[in-house]
Design a protein around this ligand. Structure first.
Ligand SMILES: Cc1cc2nc3c(=O)[nH]c(=O)nc-3n(C[C@H](O)[C@H](O)[C@H](O)COP(=O)(O)OP(=O)(O)OC[C@H]3O[C@@H](n4cnc5c(N)ncnc54)[C@H](O)[C@@H]3O)c2cc1C
Length: 453
């Protein structure tokens, strides 16, 4: 009988989580990573009393699998959830920050939404479910909730999560859980209530949905996964390519200038869509074009540290900026308000996001130009009288977040076709099953459970 040995292409959160869950099943695996470190876009820097992230800052404990993972890794990495006082999410509207409503009274009194839309929301449970499977987020929110909900809740949320455009993201792909609620129960409100009741009645564990990081930064999750997965890890692997060969797969790669070749029973790719044609060079021209046409939002993240904070009270999760407000940043997170030890006592660590699908020009700006935008926007929006940051670091991602647009229908169909014709080849990563860290862990768990030995 053929022995199971799995090759995982890419050592980001998805690849490492797959390796960890496979190790738990006693399945041996090898990770091929092109860079000199694992972690992908996740990386934490400690500098001059500040701790800051280069990529994602926070995740949401959105499924029980990620909660279980943190439980299992606790000796090597401590889960840290956001402080209660920092739960408030701010939305920028006409020159001031407004708290996103978190209860009935604040929903009634908030100046974010129009009186008409607040009344209209009462009718949401009675509105018909949509029939267009490719309805965009914009169309859906307008149909069910109203324009002010779109402009001052959903659009800034989409800016914060996808750095995306509500007019091109398709609800059934981008907000799959929300879409399912409407399709199954006819309404978000009725669906949410029915689902909560069903889970309670059937004792289905529900995740806490708390905002998380790891004590000391997300890099500690990566290090803990590396330590606890029994995978062989090859970093600095260049020209990795996978070739089907007699019911198995040859993985060819260059390591320290040497061409190498290893054989595996299974291969799981976790790289971005645009890398797939290089890794799987035998893909048809059609599939190559499909993967190369997947859109990614370009994002610039700027870490800004102050040893002495002199701006407004930032006891909040952060602030999101609606596109209709026409400002130059997507939003700003307040990691030092959410988590411990991010800045020296009395200081602040901010994480500013710029660019996205609606401002793709920003990534092409020089460091000086980006610094000037951040200085101008933060001074104005966070009421900082003296602009004297002690730290500014700029991180650019030309392909930060995959956009689940209508095109993804062809992408998912292509993945199904390829996996169908190539047994034991799995195409994973954020090209399917969601873009957040919790989605990545859930996908890894599902793949590891269903992998046939
Ligand atoms: C700027 C930014 C902010 C984000 N913010 C959040 C957030 O706040 N909350 C949240 O939940 N999520 C956030 N995300 C998304 C989250 O970070 C990702 O979903 C997750 O980290 C992706 O992990 P991954 O392993 O799928 O991909 P990656 O991290 O991209 O890892 C893929 C790995 O594959 C390697 N690779 C690629 N091609 C090859 C090849 N040909 N050969 C060998 N190796 C290869 C890469 O070098 C990389 O290490 C953010 C992402 C970015 C970029």
């Amino acid at each position: 009988m053929q022995k199971t040995h799995v090759a995982i292409i890419g050592g980001g959160l998805t690849g490492l989580s797959i390796a960890y869950f496979l190790s738990q099943r006693g399945i041996s695996c090898t990770i091929f990573e092109q860079h000199d470190r694992c972690g992908g876009v996740i990386s934490t820097i400690h500098h001059d009393g500040f701790t800051f992230e280069c990529g994602p800052n926070t995740g949401v404990l959105g499924n029980v699998e990620i909660e279980k993972l943190f439980d299992e890794l606790q000796t090597n990495c401590t889960l840290e959830t956001a402080q209660k006082s920092a739960k408030v999410r701010l939305i920028w509207k006409q020159g001031a920050w407004r708290a996103l409503p978190s209860g009935l009274w604040s929903a009634i009194t908030t100046p974010l939404f129009t009186f008409f839309d607040k009344l209209r929301i009462l009718g949401e449970p009675f509105r018909k479910a949509g029939i267009n499977p490719n309805e965009t987020v914009y169309e859906l929110v307008l149909r069910r909730m109203g324009k002010s909900f779109h402009d001052y809740a959903v659009a800034p949320f989409i800016n914060g999560v996808y750095a995306g455009n509500t007019k091109t993201l398709v609800t059934r792909f981008a907000l799959a859980k929300l879409y399912a609620l409407e399709q199954t129960y006819g309404s978000f409100i009725r669906g949410a209530i029915a689902k909560a009741k069903y889970n309670k009645k059937n004792s289905i564990p529900t995740p806490s949905k708390q905002v998380f990081t790891c004590k000391g930064g997300l890099q500690n999750l990566i290090t803990a996964l590396e330590k606890n997965s029994k995978a062989t890890i090859f970093t600095q692997c260049q020209n990795v390519l996978v070739e089907p060969f007699q019911n198995e797969y040859n993985v060819r790669f260059t390591l320290n200038g040497q061409q190498e070749n290893k054989t595996f029973s299974h291969v799981i790719t976790t790289c971005n869509a645009y890398s797939l044609p290089r890794v799987l060079p035998w893909l048809s021209t059609y599939h190559t074009q499909i993967f190369e046409s997947v859109e990614y939002a370009p994002v610039v993240q700027v870490a800004v540290g102050f040893k002495n904070w002199n701006g407004m009270n930032i006891q909040a999760f952060g602030g999101l900026v609606p596109p209709c407000e026409n400002r130059d940043i997507l939003g700003v997170l307040f990691p030092s308000s959410m988590f411990g030890n991010r800045a020296p006592q009395g200081g602040a660590m901010l994480s500013v996001f710029l660019g996205g699908m609606l401002r793709p020009d920003i990534i092409h700006k020089t460091d000086d130009e980006i610094t000037a935008i951040v200085a101008r926007e933060l001074q104005h929006m966070l009421f900082i009288p003296h602009w004297n940051p002690d730290l500014i670091r700029i991180f650019r991602y030309t392909h930060a977040i995959v956009q689940y647009t209508k095109h993804m229908e062809q992408v998912f169909a292509s993945i199904d076709e390829i996996e169908h014709t190539h047994t034991n080849l799995i195409i994973a990563g954020s090209v399917r099953n969601g873009i957040g860290m919790a989605d990545r862990v859930l996908q890894a768990w599902n793949i590891a459970q269903r992998l046939s030995i």
